[in-house]
Write a protein that binds this ligand. Structure first.
Ligand code: ATP
Length: 565
């Protein structure tokens, strides 16, 4: 599946629109349309139901070290600025960015190489002797490079800066090829020259992915979005939109403990919007500036934390598999030691091979991290820094804490063993938008199905898990006469209080089926002439196209059975 096909379907059928589209859109922001809002709500509800509401605290779920409790929270987006100072986000939540001196575009440094491979001007080197799907498989000879450089290249990349010192530009390229007309250059040669690790050590400079121009040195950039909490806009009223929901849970740890009767081990779950000033938002909703997270902070005894970490890692992976992301496009990847965050003693990413990524590459859907006692200690004592194997409060030049913690006692008291300790934390942190996007990508299918005359025609359908499908069933009269619409409407009315169903009597029934297939509706119920005789209707399965007859009064039971099963 090409990503463009899915993006077009999402736009056409009302899953997703660019935010503020009538004003030209706002990069990194998205609006969910009538079907998208149902899909994302179903993702959130599946997560909340499976992780929190349906959790049975009396028995350990499969694979869990023991039984445990789960409760929820819904915290404010803007929190006290000290929260972000102590959590480390104020000082450390940075990406490196570079600006193009020519076109002024911004790039995240660690994305430049990937973007370069995909960039139009690099691809346009392939003018081409043997085109292939990947730029690095295309060979071009000196002649076609020269043509590119002299004609199109001059427009696309007038300031092409391949190296900093000595400066090599487009004119060098033209001259070089003219002097060596028989030299065969290939895209690998050029890209090796431009953007590989070997390239970096030569001191040569990576060009701008957008125009080939000269990029500035990487510089740090904080990803938190700023706002003010008063009409007076100064440092004292400056605040941040949360870049993650997790910190709201940590700062409410004591409130939850004191107000409910939860006992360790227990988890606190939260779903909510987060904001990050992403430098290069792209790949549809994958990297947005406003997005929704589904996070759990799971508090346990330090000595049991490795077992709980493994439990949550495997449990969260299985959640995606159960909802349809089976197969080799989904993987669980344990981080290497040097990839771990400063506080973490174990992290795994659940990743999906999104179709917009180069072959063999995966994008993060969820991170499951062992955070130790880092967060609760930071909010009690002040921002921590690593010292040897432990963490200590970071000091300023005078030896005072750089950022003071709340000073509150965030210990847990075990009234059975009479021990007092800071719990360790396991954090499964998922993105609702990325999950919805992965489910859509996985669901997109094309096959052939007979039209109303029995002729096979191309069909696009979304093989969404029934729990995620925006509409669970559509109800049709075969034709708009003979009393069929009245019966179909009665069936629709009887189902509507229980399930999100859709009624349609317009156009040929084959077209109506295809419209429902395209948005992932798992079942279609049709009233036909036989219904008038014996009260039975057909129920059609989106995936197998099989139809069977059931009595019209049995529709609700049948749908519930099929949707749950
Ligand atoms: P990445 O490395 O892709 O920027 P991250 O490691 O910074 O992601 P986390 O801080 O672990 O992400 O956030 C947890 C989850 O929140 C991610 O796994 C992802 O699903 C979601 N998420 C994070 N940033 C974004 C974003 N800019 N747009 C959409 N979802 C996001």
């Amino acid at each position: 599946m090409e990503m463009e096909q899915l993006v077009a379907l999402c736009r056409r059928r009302g899953f997703l629109f660019q935010s503020s589209e009538i004003y030209g859109g706002l990069q990194g922001f998205w609006d969910y349309g009538p079907l998208g809002v149902e899909l994302k709500r179903n993702v959130r509800e599946a997560w909340w139901r499976d992780m929190v509401a349906a959790h049975n605290e009396l028995e350990p779920p499969a694979g869990a070290p023991s039984a445990y409790e789960m409760v929820g929270l819904d915290c404010s987006i803007i929190m006290h600025p000290q929260v972000w100072k102590c959590s480390g986000h104020y000082d450390l939540f940075h990406d490196f960015m570079q600006t193009c001196r020519q076109c002024k575009k911004l790039f995240r440094s660690d994305h430049v190489w990937e973007m370069l491979k995909e960039s139009d001007w690099v691809k346009s080197f392939a003018t081409t002797t043997s085109p292939g799907p990947q730029p690095d498989r295309i060979r071009v000879d000196g002649g076609s490079m020269l043509r590119w450089a002299k004609t199109k290249g001059k427009k696309v990349a007038p300031g092409l800066a391949l190296v900093r010192n000595p400066e090599v530009t487009l004119s060098w390229l033209v001259e070089h090829i003219e002097k060596n007309p028989d030299e065969v250059l290939s895209i690998p040669t050029i890209l090796q020259f431009v953007a590989t690790e070997q390239f970096a050590v030569t001191g040569l400079q990576t060009p701008c992915p957008a125009c080939g121009g000269d990029l500035t040195e990487p510089r740090e950039f904080n990803l938190m979005m700023e706002t003010y909490t008063s009409p007076i806009r100064d440092e004292s009223t400056k605040a941040f939109l949360r870049p993650e929901t997790a910190q709201g849970i940590f700062v409410n740890f004591k409130n939850v403990l004191d107000s409910s009767r939860v006992r360790i081990p227990f988890g606190i779950a939260q779903i909510g919007k987060s904001f990050r000033n992403e430098i290069t938002p792209r790949n549809f909703t994958f990297r947005s500036r406003e997005f929704e997270q589904m996070e759990i902070e799971f508090f346990c005894r330090p000595e049991t934390s490795p077992e709980w970490y493994r439990y949550w890692r495997d449990r969260r992976y299985k959640w995606y598999v159960d909802l349809g992301l089976a197969g080799d496009r989904l993987r669980l990847r344990d981080h290497e030691a040097d990839e771990l965050s400063h506080y973490s003693c174990g992290t795994a990413d659940i990743e999906y091979a999104f179709p917009f990524l180069p072959a063999g590459e995966f994008g993060e859907l969820e991170g499951v991290a062992h955070r130790g006692d880092f967060d609760l200690r930071s909010h009690a004592e002040g921002k921590l820094v690593r010292k040897g194997d432990d963490f200590v409060v970071e000091a300023d030049a005078e030896g005072n804490p750089k950022y003071r913690g709340s000073g509150k006692d965030l210990n847990y008291f075990d009234d059975q063993t009479k021990e007092r300790f800071i719990p360790h934390v396991i954090e499964p942190s998922a993105g609702a938008d990325r999950a919805a996007l992965a489910f859509l990508c996985e669901a997109y299918r094309e096959d052939e199905a007979p039209d109303e005359h029995g002729k096979p025609v191309k069909r696009v359908f979304l093989k969404l898990h029934p729990r995620l499908a925006p509409i669970k069933a559509a109800v049709f009269p075969l034709v708009k006469k003979d009393g069929m619409p009245e019966i179909a409407r009665d069936i629709y009315k009887s189902l509507k209080p229980h399930l999100n169903v859709f009624y349609d009597e317009k156009s040929a029934v084959g077209r109506r089926y295809r419209r429902q297939d395209e948005i992932g509706t798992p079942f279609c119920i049709t009233v036909d002439s036989q219904t008038l005789q014996d009260g039975t209707v057909t129920i059609r399965d989106r995936d197998t196209l099989e139809q069977c007859r059931i009595h019209k009064d049995a529709c609700l039971g049948e749908l519930q059975k099929r949707l749950i099963g």
